[in-house]
Design a protein around this ligand. Structure first.
Ligand code: ADP
Ligand code: X2W
Length: 299
């Protein structure tokens, strides 16, 4: 019998050795990973994602998961005959919609992710921004302007909030106990109401408050695309301002890139937007030289 390694074995060992500097660099670092509703497409993707998170934990990284669930909220609202309107990627949220969003996010998706992580051999605790005062939400509004008009109109989005304060105690407590926090993007306002928070915005605020080494936003596109649909692999904060102003970035990509800017300004080293439809996209991004998606740095 030959003891020569097969090409397949060589490939595997090369991949493991390639990971060594990244394993050494990131041990003990906090990584905030936002798992978007579009990237949860099927059970296989959710299982792969959970395995990636458990693997990060096993090699000494401290993963903190923030999840979305926009399409799943949309499907539930459709079933109930409630219409949804989006402004700049944010769902206009009346009281009923806020209740349903919380039910889908914190009641359903959150616990499913915890179960997937358990199935992959990890220990996770599902919480929302309401737990232990994690997120105090502040109501936000948007302004719109008709084409050709100079007059701006303030649009009330209802119970849509952004994190005003982040109390990291519950996250630190879970991390210290070796538990992976899985966080649903809702919070309580100072008026006691439930606020629906865009999951990207939530992840960015948490990454900033934790001083995370990396923020990953998993979505359903290869990354940020230019006007010719080519992938932009590296962006600075200045590039983002230009791409927003010239209309290259629209819809759900707006809160995503706003999040990257806020998180980096708050001290996060870098943010990555990557394609959650690729199996094990996170591992490829973190532990290989190739990387994937769009890397956002200060400049
Ligand atoms: N320049 C751009 N590059 C890539 N995607 C873009 C761009 N502008 C707008 N988008 C849209 O942003 C979407 C991602 O945001 P969103 O639908 O909110 O994802 P998620 O549910 O993962 O948070 C893409 O599917 C795409 O339709
Ligand atoms: C205010 C607002 O828009 N909230 C989002 C919260 C979920 C989310 O952000 O999910 P994705 O990351 O899957 O898009 C919503 O209601 O859809």
């Amino acid at each position: 019998m030959s003891h020569d390694p097969t090409p397949e074995m060589m490939g595997k060992t090369e991949t493991l050795v390639e990971a060594l500097p990244y394993l050494q660099r990131y041990a003990g670092s906090i990584f905030v990973v936002k798992y978007g509703g579009h990237a949860m497409g099927n059970a296989g993707l959710a299982r792969d994602f959970a395995e990636d998170i458990v693997l990060l934990k096993a090699v000494g990284i401290l993963p903190v998961v923030v999840h979305g669930g926009g399409p799943q909220i949309g499907a539930m609202l459709d079933r109930l005959g409630i219409e949804s309107q989006f402004i700049d990627g944010l769902r206009v949220t009346c009281e009923d919609t806020a209740r349903i969003a919380e039910m889908v996010l914190a009641g359903s998706i959150n616990k499913e992710l915890v179960a997937w992580i358990a199935a992959a051999g990890g220990r996770a605790a599902g919480i929302s921004g309401k737990d232990a005062g994690l997120i105090r939400a502040r109501k936000i509004t948007r302004t719109t302007r008709d084409p050709g008009s100079a007059i701006e109109q303030v649009v009330d989005l209802g119970f849509v909030g952004e994190p005003e304060t982040v109390d990291r105690t519950i996250i630190d407590t879970l991390l210290a106990a070796g538990i992976i926090p899985v966080i649903a993007p809702v919070g309580t306002g100072s008026d006691g109401h439930t606020y629906n928070i865009n999951a990207d915005t939530m992840a960015g605020a948490i990454a900033g408050a934790l001083g995370a080494a990396r923020l990953f936003l998993l979505t359903d596109v290869a990354g940020v695309l230019d006007k010719d649909k080519a992938l932009l692999t590296d962006l600075t904060l200045g590039d983002i301002a230009t791409l927003t102003a010239d209309g290259t970035i629209t819809g759900g990509m707006i809160p995503k890139l706003e999040t990257c800017v806020t998180a980096i300004e708050a001290g996060v080293d870098a943010a990555v937007i990557l394609d959650g439809r690729i199996p094990h996209a996170l591992l490829l991004e973190i532990f290989t030289r190739r990387g994937a998606g769009t890397l956002v740095r200060k400049g």
